[in-house]
Design a protein around this ligand. Sequence first.
Ligand code: ATP
Ligand code: MG
Length: 206
Amino acid sequence: MLRSEEQSARARIGILGGTFDPVHVGHLVAAVNVRHELALDRVLLVVANEPWQKVGSRPVSDARDRLALVEAAVRSCPGVEASAIEIERGGLSYTADTVVELERRHHGADLYLIVGADVASSLDSWERVDELRGRVRLVVVNRPGAAMFEPGMLQGWDFSTVEIPDLEISSTDLRDRAATGRPLDFLVPLEAIRLLRERSLYVVDE
Ligand code: ATP
Ligand code: MG
């Protein structure tokens, strides 16, 4: 096989991990733009089972509910998929484990780990980060409010940046909006809003 044919035969998969508590259009805009810029076959929104950075600091919604919201949100978004891989594995969710499992499931695929600029600056604290560096290419997207992104922070990573529209949207703000009865419209995809209303998620008991 010619080298170019070998290359075109390799699947190109993006991994956007998160708590998605709840999913919002910032996540989707990042996923579709990175997919487009880097010609990825698909981008997986990998829903953390127990996000190790967040457990203990605040209550995290049930993983099945967060996954269902992501599934609803990607329904009208070709090339972007919800992944239950970390929920199926159970326990604390470490990206290093997820990447090993994705390599097993998609043998020979090129994996692109997508993170917002806020996350890019804390990668050094991640579990088994040295192992991750060798297994994925990193893609950093801009995020308003994130500390100035210094490429020097990412020494040892094979990384690129993708510029996306600045969207000052966070799950933290959305949880606050829901709790205080303010609208989530156009910040969260409609299908996900319908589901969270159906399940009465993020509302505070009166
Ligand atoms: P929280 O406020 O609860 O931390 P969040 O909005 O940051 O929620 P996460 O699930 O923590 O959402 O983020 C998952 C990934 O998506 C991270 O890499 C994060 O940087 C990225 N991301 C989240 N929101 C945006 C946004 N508005 N623009 C760009 N990237 C984003
Ligand atoms: Mg976050």
